[in-house]
Design a protein around this ligand. Sequence first.
Ligand code: DX5
Ligand code: ZN
Length: 214
Amino acid sequence: MAHILAPSLLSADFAELRKAVELIEESEAGWHHLDVMDGVFVPNISFGLPVIKAIRKHARKPFDVHLMIVDPDKFIGAFRDAGADHLTVHLEACPHLHRSIQAIRAAGMKAGVAINPHTRVDLLEEVLADVDVVCLMSVNPGFGGQKFIERTYAKITELKALRERTGSKALIEIDGGVGMENAGKLVNTGADVLVAGNSVFGAHDPKAAIRSLA
Ligand code: DX5
Ligand code: ZN
């Protein structure tokens, strides 16, 4: 499978975050996925800037930071300074999405846009050519360990067609409920990046889990 695996630290033991980062570094995984939640855009709070800054020192692979927060524009520079390489904002949280994408790129990061399960893929049409990563949420954001939404396969197919039509080079990232049972089908359908939280850090042997998902 020619794709990137991005383990989500949300499912790691937060008392041992450094060890989780080191495990990802030593594994076949390509990126670290970091879920930032504010308790407003999503009904949960995770971690933020100082935590990302602290663990960045122990990583060389890219930090793929997924912002599940309202008004992300306010923090673009701060996340860059904390060590984000890719910054993903939610379409649903950005009334001026085009401006947010430009600001992320101007700050020197790859720009990602995430869409919730209820959001239509074609709403990305006007920005897709300027985006580096599209994150299709395959669960409702806020929690790890939820059940994969099957409709995601159709959204991947729609997004591939839209990518072609707009001349975009955006990677298609799938986030939520990814595991051994669906990883192969997701990649065959067109996923370029798989995020995996529970299926990695909930596994008896996280390194072996990464190896089989990567
Ligand atoms: C959900 C987060 C995901 C989450 C995925 O809001 O965006 O990145 O960590 O976790 P799993 O793989 O357990 O569904
Ligand atoms: Zn995420």
